[in-house]
Design a binder for this molecule. Sequence first.
Ligand code: C2E
Ligand code: CA
Ligand code: CA
Length: 535
Amino acid sequence: MERRMSADELEAGFDRALENNHIFAVYQPQINHTTGRMIGAEALMRWNDPDAGMQYPVDFISVMEERGLICRADLHVFECVCAFQKKILEEGMTAVPISFNISRYDIRQEDYVEQLEEIRKHYDIPVRLLRAEITESSAVGGMELVSAALHKLHECGYVVEMDDFGSGYSSLNILKDLDVDIIKLDMSFLSGTIGGRGGVIISSMVQMSKWLQTPVIAEGVETMEQADYMKSLGCNYIQGYLYSRPVSEKGFLEKLQRLSHEPITPALHLIESIDAGKFWNPDSMETLIFNNFVGGAVIFAYEKGRVSILRLNNAYLEEIGMNMSARDFLTTNPWRQHSFEGQRIYEDAIKKAIRSGNEEVCETWRTFESSCCGEEKICIRSFIRMIGQTGEQYLFFARVQNITAEKKRYIELFDSERRFRFASEQANVYAWEYIYETKEMHPCFRCMRDLHLPPVVKNYPETAFEAGIFPEDYWDMYRDWMRQLHEGVEHLEGIIPLTVGRIPFIVRYTNVFDENGKPLKGFGSATMVVSEEEE
Ligand code: C2E
Ligand code: CA
Ligand code: CA
């Protein structure tokens, strides 16, 4: 019974179909997945031919466009919507905004918006109950027509939706140039790939839209999994078979009575001083600064322990210096590079930044793996600042410094000192430093342990005398040593019976001088004298 009509049949039957309302609108509800309330609906064109049966847009829209019929068809659907809203209002029901489609051929007519307005005023429908959908592809071949139409629609008070966002390559540019109010993201363009490439694209689109404070409606949502995924990204508005197929006027009236409704609202409340939207504009001063002047920097979102990188600049890639592209960073979970401890440190800094509103600093080691270079550890110092918040999701701007070389030098120093101390322990050597300026002695661990000395011994050597480390008859000799050291002798050596046990030690001093030849520090050591018999 039902069959597809040919292009010629469609063209020939068009006028009659319009007159007899064989061309009409069906309605698909848009739902807030979290509250279950209706936020609006979209009007979709149908053609029910008495002979051929129901015809669908895939089969007739392009024919109408090619044969110059689309404007009349769209205005007809718009009139159906106005008449329907009128009926809803007259029956005393609460109406929700209904979106209508504007073809890219429609906006070529200079007075298209005026024609819409004429119909709307005729039916006396408040403009807030109608939303215009323009498609991304309208911009193909020039932005002038779309932005002129958009401007007019805004002037008349229409909320404008960007339909099929993400289907083209120019999405970002379009958002920059067109000041749309709502973005419609079509899941079917990215079907079946949650968690894969599609998931990445969707999540960055949603993030970006939050930045622009533009609400997103996810279209073509068929499964609960998809809806929950969108919700996890902070996108609650859903249009798709999951909630409802497009339904007739009668079917829609029933839903309208059953479901409560609510207005659509932007999600992100940005911190006042920063207009993060500007970061997305390729020509803005913010972007210029981001790309050229801040050094390595990244923008990321944090929500309940999850971090996702939204944007990074070239200097970031240079600073990290690994064999990774921006894409690699955008598509891997940043926590993978952190150790458990590193993640804790970084998350602490994030939480501090949320509390303080200031820039917070942290240093973390990260492990990078690449197929060609193997594994490598680098240390990153991050300066983290919160720039936006929505519900439980926070947005951050972070500058990064690769401090691996600095850290490695420190570790080497630390290592050599540790080795020295370790060697001292093994070789029965006591070691200490004496600082001339302060007359302080810094003992090694072994001295501290065996001689019960504090980490800093003040007024040396008198305190050591009092502690009984030196026999009294050696005090004057040792005071003379200290005098010689103060005067700049390079080296001293002698045997002194030390500790309460009066064990003979070879005590040695080596002086370190500043650039003027003034003594800075004396390095002292005491080695037990081992008698030959014992060996
Ligand atoms: P669109 O504007 O993106 O409309 C959404 C399309 O997705 C509709 O198809 C809708 O039925 C379908 N859809 C809704 N939920 C789901 C889902 O969960 N899964 C899948 N796979 N699809 C879903 P429809 O009604 O066949 O319309 C197709 C396209 O035809 C529309 O895409 C729009 O570009 C065009 N169109 C429809 N009505 C009009 C109109 O009045 N004027 C103009 N110019 N174009 C229209
Ligand atoms: Ca649409
Ligand atoms: Ca769409």
